[in-house]
Structure formats: structure tokens, C-alpha cells
Write a protein that binds this ligand. Sequence first.
Ligand SMILES: [Ca+2]
Ligand SMILES: [Ca+2]
Ligand SMILES: [Ca+2]
Length: 374
Amino acid sequence: MSIRAVALVYLLLFLFNVPNLIVSAQSRTATSQLNTIKVPQDYPTIQSAINNASQGDTILVANGIYNEQLLINKTIMLLGAGADTTILNGAWTQTAAQITAPNVTIKGFTIQGFKTGIIINQTQNIHIQENKITQTLTKGAMYIINSQNITIANNTLTNNYCAGVSMFKTNQTLFLQNTVFRNGGVGVYFENCTDFVAKDNYIESNEGDAIACAYGYNLLITGNTFAFNGYRGIWATNSNGTAYHNNFIQNFENARAIKSSFTWDNGYPSGGNYWSNYTGIDENNDGISDVPLVINENNVDHFPLMKPYIAGDVNHDGIVNIKDATLVCFYWLQTVPPAPSNVDINDDGVININDASVICVNWQKTQPPTYTTL
Ligand SMILES: [Ca+2]
Ligand SMILES: [Ca+2]
Ligand SMILES: [Ca+2]
């Protein structure tokens, strides 16, 4: 047999064995690491599944009503079949889910009828996503203390008797695209917290403030709508941060900042916030008031918007349309500056497909959505 023929045989043998090698490698990974546990097929209750899970397991919870209180003291992903159909139901006592372990996800549940919805206590890397939390009592829908790196996204917190979220001594929180609606207290309250980001939330018709903070540092509050709240859109004391591209619509008072210093705009022509009770003057017709809005001497929105902010409304004329798309095309792949800041919709310093896609998503929108139109 020639050397070439031998080489060919070895090559064929190798190729023939590759799929088997891959399969055995995959099965080793599957058996030695993560498992998926199903409720009620594998265990009748969610808590029994948690008790029998290993660190890093995923627990899938089928549709149904579960009359349980959960203690989550190990790293798991807890995935309901969806908030419309997977219900954690309380009897007005205790806590629906208490999380004390790091790296926990809770997604896809309705949580209703508890003293407190979710408590996150002295831990980190927690994701709370796509849940509905309603009808809670004293400590509200979510109560977070001494924790860090918390993401709360796409949840609906509504008809709770006290606050939506209360948070203490907790850093690096992302609060994104949540609806906080018609709660009996403040929408989101936090105290002694650093690096809190609230982006693209609808916080409406709560009896207290939409956002209230004491001793909050390096806050970023952007893209939110605060409407019809009983007290303020933002109330802050001894705090600092940045708040722009928010809509303040018919709150009892839009903003109050005590011993606090915020930046209330993103410069020109990106702009500041929309304040429904502020008429302003716009003689040069750029959609930005020619007169600043002064909350107090340390808190000035230098570029108040004349129309409600909608992501993608680059030219501030109150509608996302071909005029905005044209501006993005014109400055395509340019950096900011020299390109104007209003065209960089997502504030990442370059005009590209990420900005164009925001325009596509919000095409023809003319007003910030409110709860009644969601
Ligand atoms: Ca102007
Ligand atoms: Ca526009
Ligand atoms: Ca950009």
C-alpha cells in the first residue's frame, strides 16, 4: 500500500469517527453538568424541585396554579410557562419567593396575593424577567436589600397595596422596560444605592412618586414615561445622576431634587426631557425649547423637548418617520461628534444599524405608549 493510500485510509477512519467523538463529548457534558427538571412531571411542587435540584439546574414549571412560598437558596433558573398561565398564588401571608443564592433567574410567572412578592436578600447576579406581580401587601411587589448586579426587565407590577419596588444598599441594578402601574405607594423606591439604571419603563398612576430615591449615586434615568402619578415623577434627596429623554406627563409635581444635583439633558441637539406642563418657546423650530426648565439652581434641563420623547424621533417633531430615517442615512457610520448627538439614538457614539433598527421598531409612532394602549 502506498503512503498516499495509507493516509487516505486514516483520513476516512478519522472522518468516520468524528461524529461519534462529538456525540460522546456532548453526552459527557450533559450528564456531568446541567439538568432540566419539570414541575409537575418530575416533582409535584416547585419547592420540592428546588430542594432536589443541583447548582445550575433549570426548573421548568408547567401551566397551573401553585399555592406555594418559595425559598431559593441555590443557583437555579426558574422558568414558568408564561405569566398568563403559570400562577404562584398566596394567601396574603409571607413571601412568594425569597432569593438568597447568587445567579438566580425567575421568569414567566404571575405572583399574586402575598404579603411580599419577591425578596432578594444579600446576594448577586439575579434576573427577574417577564413576570406579573400583583396584589401584594406591606413590602410590595419586590424588596431588595444588600445585593448587587440585579436585572429587573419586562415585568408588570400592578395593583399592589404598597410599593412596586423597594431597594436598599444595592448596587448595579438594571430596571428595564417594566410597567409599574396603579400601585398604592411609590412605584420604585431606593435608598443608599449606586449605579441604578432605569430605562424604557412606564411608571404610571401610582399613588406615590414614580421614582423616589435617597442617597442614590450615579443614577441613569432615561427613556421612561412617568404619567399620572399622585406625587412626583422623580423625587430625590442627597442623590446625583443623569435623567434625560423621559416623559413627565401630568404628575402631581414632575420633579423635586433636594440636596441633589442631576444632569437633566443629554446636550444639544440630543435634548432633555418632555415636561407636559411646560410650554416653552421654540422660535427656531428645532423641537427643543429655547428656554431652559429650572427645577432649582442645581437642577436645570437646558434643552426641554417640545413634544413627548419617542425613541427614533431624531428631529424631535413628534413622529418617527422618513425624516428621521433620512438623517440616520445621511450620517451613516459617522461618529459623534462631528455627527450630531440626536442622530445617535442609542448613545453609543456611532450611527449605524442599531440606530436604524430603533427607527424601524417605532415607525410612525407619535406618542409614548401609556398603560391603556399597551
Ligand atoms: Ca428651539
Ligand atoms: Ca421625527
Ligand atoms: Ca448609535
